[in-house]
Design a protein around this ligand. Sequence first.
Ligand SMILES: N[C@@H](CCC(=O)N[C@@H](CS)C(=O)NCC(=O)O)C(=O)O
Length: 206
Amino acid sequence: MKILYTPMPGLVHRVQIVARELGLYDKITWERAQPYERPAHLTDQNPLSKVPTLITDDGLALFPGMVIYEYLESLAGPTLYPSDPAARWPAMQVLSLGEGLWDMTVQWNNERKRPPAEQSPEQRARYLAAIHRVIERLEALAPSWDDFHIGHIAVAGCFNFFDYRRGRDLATNEFGSVMPDFSDGRPNLIRWLADMRQRPSFAPTD
Ligand SMILES: N[C@@H](CCC(=O)N[C@@H](CS)C(=O)NCC(=O)O)C(=O)O
């Protein structure tokens, strides 16, 4: 099977963490695709031109990330999705918060990449307010996280991106503004993230 993704030096993507946790990483061909350039090798498989996109050995394209995680789990799990309903649905809620946080951040980031005259301050403020609300909710939940599941990968993966993007902004001033430090003032998340990053699956790959 193959996964189309955008390598970023120093950043491990959520789908890469999932593949490593499941012992599938080396069974996957990892192929570079730049979704914003809408290359045919991506759009032929995923008309949305989004990464990650997985192509199974039978040639079926799967997306978005949440479907890919479940597919990988179906090959090598059960590992990352709790089967007991009392644990499963709270885990799925954390997964949705993590995926939603990612999507909101991508939109916020895309908005600030536009020429200043075309940016909408209202839109940016809406995205940012939602990002802060989600992080506030995660900060409240974090003290109860003594297990490890797919939701945790989704959330920690967002913070990996925040740190990566913030580091680049500080180094390059590419967009003329700096990604906020979203973990600042969130002691529960800071503690929990430090533990997460001890896992071998969280080491950067590219
Ligand atoms: N929820 C999506 C998010 C993926 C996503 O946001 N991908 C971005 C790259 S970071 C993308 O492909 N953007 C292209 C576009 O929106 O046109 C998933 O899990 O697959």
